[in-house]
Design a protein. Structure first.
Length: 135
């Protein structure tokens, strides 16, 4: 009797094991964004780059870059929200960098905010909520 009861569960686990729930490690919600970002590395060789965001949350952001940026690098950033004509200055630290598989000269960069005015953090929070509500 016990084997009959467990059989459907085992079949489900065999066929759908990749769908198992795994809690997210993210502390805040993140949404895709294509807004412009201007960065200035604040290390030995300062370089200004202008890129499109990949996504954003109130704790950090991701973007694509043609240049490799060392994890731990500090970035002085200005995030442009053209829809509302607002620019948000922020300081961030490169948390990680990964090469995009299909394009060996493109990197995906994850940045954690180090300093962000609470008013700007709240603006990003509302931006994320509005994007999620529209989906």
């Amino acid at each position: 009797m016990m084997k009959l009861h467990l059989a459907p569960f085992r079949l489900f686990r065999i066929f759908f094991h990749k769908l198992d729930y795994q809690p997210s490690r993210r502390k805040t919600l993140r949404v895709k964004s294509r807004n412009l970002l201007k960065c200035l590395r604040s290390d030995d060789a300062p370089q200004e780059i202008i890129v499109n965001l990949a996504n954003i949350s109130e704790t950090g952001l991701q973007f694509f870059s043609f240049r490799e940026i060392t994890p731990g690098s500090l970035l002085k950033m200005v995030i442009n929200f053209a829809e509302v004509e607002r620019q948000i200055p922020a300081m961030g630290k490169v948390a990680w960098i990964r090469r995009v598989r299909r394009h060996k000269k493109i990197y995906r960069v994850g940045v954690a905010f180090l300093s962000l005015v609470s008013e700007d953090r709240e603006f990003i929070h509302r931006f994320v909520k509005n994007v999620l509500a529209a989906v």
